[in-house]
Design a protein around this ligand. Structure first.
Ligand SMILES: Nc1ncnc2c1ncn2[C@@H]1O[C@H](COP(=O)(O)OP(=O)(O)O)[C@@H](O)[C@H]1O
Ligand SMILES: [Mg+2]
Length: 249
C-alpha cells in the first residue's frame, strides 16, 4: 500500500468513514484514468458513506425495535388469506397511518399472519427511521405493573409515548385483571392521537369481555383503539398448519 493510501485510510478510520474505505481506491483509479471529475469523485465517495450510515442506522432501529423475527410485507402470501383485503393491507405500507397517528388491528385465530404483518409494517417503519417497539401484551403489562410498584410508572409511560409505533402482540392469551387493564388504559390514552399502535389479538371485540375482568375499562380501551383504526379480521386457516400438512405428505 502506498504511503498516501495508508494516510488516507488512517484519516478515514479516525473519522469512522467506514463506507469510504472499501470504495475510495477503485474510485481513485477511475478518476485517475480520467473518467471522473473532482466533483464527481467526491460525490460518489460521499454517496458510499451515506449509504453505509443509512444502512447502519436502519439496522440499529430494527435491533432496538425488538422484533421477534424478521419478515417483510413482500414475503406475505395473500393468496393464502383470500378473505383479507390485500390492497388495504398493502396501503398500510405507505405508513400514512403513522403520520396520522392511527392504529391498526389484526384480529384472528393463531397462525394466520397477524404477527408477520405487524413485523412487516414495523420493518417498513424502521427503514423510514421511525421509533418502533414490538412487545407482547403480557410483557407490556408485566412491565407496567413493575414500574407502578417501583414508582417509575410516569417515566415508563413517557418512554412509550415517545415511540412513533408501538406494537402490542397477542392481546388475549392471558386474562387481564382490573389493575392491569387500568394501566393498559393509561398507556393507550396517552398514545391516543399522538402515536400509532398495531395490536393483534386472537379475539374479536365481542369476546374481549372474556379477556378483561372489567368490562368498563375494556370498552374504554376499545373505544380509543378503534377511533382512528384500520381493522382487519383474518379468518383463514393457519399458515403453520399448511407447512405441517405439506411435510406430512
Ligand atoms: N399468508 C402468509 N404468507 C407467508 N407466511 C405466512 C403467512 N401467514 C403466516 N405466515 C408465517 O407463518 C408463521 C405464523 O404466522 P404469525 O404471523 O406468527 O401468526 P399469528 O397470526 O399467530 O401471529 C410465521 O412464520 C409467518 O411468517
Ligand atoms: Mg402471533
Amino acid at each position: 500500500m502506498s504511503e498516501l493510501y495508508r494516510q488516507i485510510e488512517g484519516h478515514m478510520r479516525a473519522l469512522k468513514l467506514k463506507g469510504m474505505i472499501p470504495a475510495y481506491r477503485d474510485l481513485s483509479e477511475r478518476a485517475t484514468a480520467g473518467n471522473l471529475q473532482y466533483e464527481e469523485y467526491l460525490a460518489l465517495l460521499l454517496e458510499e458513506e451515506v449509504k453505509r450510515k443509512t444502512e447502519s442506522s436502519v439496522k440499529t432501529k430494527i435491533a432496538k425495535s425488538r422484533l421477534p423475527y424478521l419478515k417483510t410485507m413482500e414475503e406475505f402470501d395473500f393468496s393464502y388469506q383470500p378473505g383479507l383485503k390485500e390492497k388495504e393491507v398493502i396501503r398500510l405500507s405507505s405508513l400514512e397511518f403513522i403520520e396520522q397517528k392511527g392504529n391498526v388491528l389484526f384480529l384472528g385465530p393463531p397462525g394466520v399472519g397477524k404477527t408477520h404483518l405487524s413485523v412487516g409494517l414495523a420493518m417498513k417503519a424502521c427503514i423510514a427511521r421511525y421509533r418502533v417497539l414490538f412487545t407482547t401484551a403480557q410483557k407490556l403489562i408485566e412491565e407496567l405493573i413493575l414500574s407502578k410498584k417501583d414508582g417509575s410508572i410516569v417515566e415508563r409511560l413517557m418512554a412509550y409515548s415517545r415511540l412513533h409505533l408501538l406494537i402490542i402482540d397477542e392481546l388475549g392469551y392471558m386474562p387481564i385483571t382490573r389493575e392491569q387493564a387500568n394501566l393498559l388504559f393509561q398507556l393507550i390514552s396517552m398514545r391516543y392521537e399522538k402515536g400509532s399502535i398495531i395490536l393483534t389479538s386472537n379475539y374479536n371485540f365481542d369476546e374481549w369481555g372474556r379477556v378483561f375482568e372489567d368490562n368498563v375499562v375494556a370498552s374504554a380501551i376499545i373505544d380509543r383503539l378503534v377511533h382512528h383504526a384500520s381493522i382487519f379480521y383474518i379468518n383463514g386457516s393457519s399458515y403453520r398448519l399448511k407447512d405441517k400438512l405439506r411435510k406430512g405428505k
